[in-house]
Design a protein around this ligand. Sequence first.
Ligand SMILES: O=c1ccn([C@@H]2O[C@H](COP(=O)(O)O)[C@@H](O)[C@H]2O)c(=O)[nH]1
Length: 282
Amino acid sequence: MTGAPFGARLAAAMDAHGPLCVGIDPHSSLLAEWGLPDDATGVREFALRVLEAVAGRVAAVKPQAAFFERHGSAGVAVLEEVVAVGRQTGTLVVVDAKRGDIGSTMGAYADAFLRDGSPLAGDALTVSPYLGFGSLDPAVDLALATGRGLFVLCLTSNKEGHEVQHARTPEGVSVAATMAARAAEINAGAVPLGSVGLVVGATVGDAAVRAGVDLTRVNGPLLAPGVGAQGAGAAELSRVFGAARHQVLASSSRGVLRAGPDVDALRAAALRASSEAAAALR
Ligand SMILES: O=c1ccn([C@@H]2O[C@H](COP(=O)(O)O)[C@@H](O)[C@H]2O)c(=O)[nH]1
């Protein structure tokens, strides 16, 4: 058990540090720009440097599992270390692994990423509901039991997402709205925020309106990737989230990471992005 529920811990972290999550995405191109080798030792140096720059200064960090996994078991060991160091600093760690599978296998993913004592368990995990929201039940149950959180893909920041997320059920409800409604049911009554959040890209324009998703009813955090390198900024954050803006955790990876490898420069870039997000979402 990690103490208070994730939704409450995230709300407190955003009050204290602003609504920014810094993505830890050690792309091979960034490793090269930082003068680091494209192997697990380079990824370790990169990730620990980001933590040194931003831990205790932003609400959350989000290691992207893919960039660790591409280096095999040595990379996964680095991800474990990053999760541990991040959590020791008190900065919330959202593991962006986007897991999703049939329920019986989802139970194993939940064990890996959400069980107390698991080396890959941060404070929250991104999950994909596109095998049906109910397939996530083992993750929902374990997250709530251990004080962790989930971010369920709803309206993703990429241009292809609408093929699935805007599709309509026979009743005429969009898939995205169905996912949002299921998260809202779980979060009902939670104060200040529930622990089952949604991923809604800062790049999606009026997609929530078109898909009939009422973000204000989710009563959970909204992780908003797409800030920085994907082109979204303050104007997009205010436009996309409107009345739901107080629930938003804006996320930027390359937009901050390109300021490296200097720790002070990274920190300054993160603080600038955090202030801009705070002003947009005030
Ligand atoms: O809809 C989504 C869901 C997740 N992501 C992830 O966020 C970061 C974005 O990186 P940038 O460098 O800031 O573009 C990356 O890890 C994605 O996998 C997303 O972009 N969109």
